[in-house]
Design a protein around this ligand. Structure first.
Ligand code: LLP
Length: 415
């Protein structure tokens, strides 16, 4: 459920017609629904309430400070994967004791920053990284909490680029090496090896791979008599983009609860997409409609640099007009941007409602990995972001300007 829908002929976010926002803030424009965001956070919280989990929202999915603040106010912790995300997390004023830090390659500087901030724990993905955190923590005369990210070798049955727990993936530590680590904890004097982390992939629609992974972990914990303070299940819950039938948070929790009860440790979850995915949409303006021999091209001012998912994963996003129209184009339609790449499309081969130059359309399900993966490719300033709450709306990120595009280029004399 989300708060983007037609009321009569106009498309709304909560009680605000998107056309009004497109006129006022121009396009491309990201629009978020406060209600959808908070509702989804609460759904997970409620579904897992038996376990009183710490829900660390995955900052990478959408890192706008206002989104972070809203979720922090709801009780969220944050999952960060870089010094930049840690910086933003602290700026959003989350308690450091609610931050977890993942990433296969943390730099010394990032490790120092996290130790200085006193985060809850690191999710660690290799032996050399363990040794490095141990070495740096020694300098701080601090013991760092560490969850070992294991790679349980399960197939999450999702897009190959967002599958993370097969043995050929770069993520995590296989169980054999993890066993050696847990049996040589005294080697790591400045680490509390007190957690296990799993993140098996993203946009996962069934509980099965989680159950498979958890069973392996439980066997592993029992066989090696491991005592844990934290079990971090990562993120990955899928949402509806097209005709997927993902599990609800409730059915997901129900399915894995019997396994979770066997692990005596605080539950951590790291959802991103589930919370913010359907809370955001991307509004575009139609520049031209081009009738070509085999197709019609609806050319918009919004492109792959604004929303990369279709180009990168051939991801499907529903696209609708802000003003309902009854008739359809005769040919199949590609909705494309102006960027100089054949892969620059928002939607492909769609049966699409007739629209004219100057009309607006909106790409749904763009809240997660939309703005956060956007870029300045083709020297296009990045989009503005607006948050809607009831019948009020707030600019939460200004549109970039041409000056922003050159702000960090260094002008060197004599070359
Ligand atoms: N925890 C870790 C360690 C992760 O790597 C991720 C996402 C999450 C949590 C949150 O996963 P979520 O609940 O959002 O599925 N750009 C891709 C998704 C990449 C996910 C990367 N890791 C996309 O647009 O589909």
């Amino acid at each position: 459920m989300h708060e983007f829908k037609y009321k009569k002929n106009k498309f709304y976010c909560e009680n605000v017609p998107l056309e009004l926002l497109a006129e006022e803030f121009k396009t491309p424009l990201y629009v978020y629904s406060h209600k959808t965001l908070v509702d989804h956070f609460r759904k997970i919280k409620l579904a897992f309430s038996e376990f009183k989990p710490l829900i660390c929202y995955s900052v990478k999915s959408n890192a706008n400070l206002n989104i972070l603040r809203i979720l922090i106010r709801e009780g969220a912790g944050l999952d960060v994967v870089s010094g930049g995300e840690l910086y933003k997390a602290l700026k959003a004023q989350v308690k450091p004791s609610k931050i977890v830090f993942a990433s296969v390659g943390k730099t010394d500087e990032e490790i120092r920053e996290a130790l200085k901030a006193d985060i809850l724990f690191f999710n660690v993905e290799s032996v050399p990284e363990l040794e490095n955190i141990n070495r740096i923590a020694k300098k701080f005369k601090k013991k760092a909490n560490v969850a070992i990210r294991v790679n349980p070798d399960v197939d999450a049955k999702t897009h190959e680029y967002i599958t993370t727990s097969k043995k050929e993936n770069k993520f995590g530590i296989d169980l054999k090496v993890a066993k050696e680590i847990f049996s040589s904890t005294d080697k790591y004097e400045y680490l509390n090896l007190n957690g296990i982390h799993l993140h098996i992939g993203s946009q996962i629609t069934t509980a099965k791979p989680y159950k498979d992974a958890l069973k392996k972990i439980i066997t592993f914990i029992k066989a090696n008599k491991i005592r844990l303070d934290y079990i971090n299940l990562g993120g990955g819950l899928g949402i509806i983009y097209d005709d997927e039938k993902p599990q609800t948070a409730e059915s997901f929790a129900k399915a894995i609860a019997p396994l979770l009860r066997k692990i005596k440790a605080r539950l951590i979850l790291e959802p991103g997409r589930f919370i913010v995915g359907n809370s955001g949409a991307l509004v575009a303006k139609v520049l031209y409609v081009k009738d070509a021999p085999t197709k019609t091209f609806v050319i918009t001012d919004t492109a792959m640099n604004d929303l990369m998912r279709p180009a990168l994963y051939k991801a499907f996003h529903a696209i609708v007009l802000l003003e309902k129209s009854k008739s359809y184009f005769k040919k199949l339609v590609d909705i494309v941007g102006p960027v100089c790449e054949t892969g620059d499309f928002l939607g492909k081969s769609r049966k699409f409602h007739k629209v004219k130059s100057g009309g607006f359309l909106v790409v749904l399900g763009a809240g997660a990995y939309g703005f956060s993966m956007s870029s300045n490719y083709n020297a296009r300033p990045r989009a503005a972001e607006v948050l809607v709450k009831g019948n009020k709306y707030y600019l939460i990120r200004k549109r970039e300007t041409y000056q922003d595009l050159i702000a960090t280029d260094v002008k060197v004399k004599g070359i």
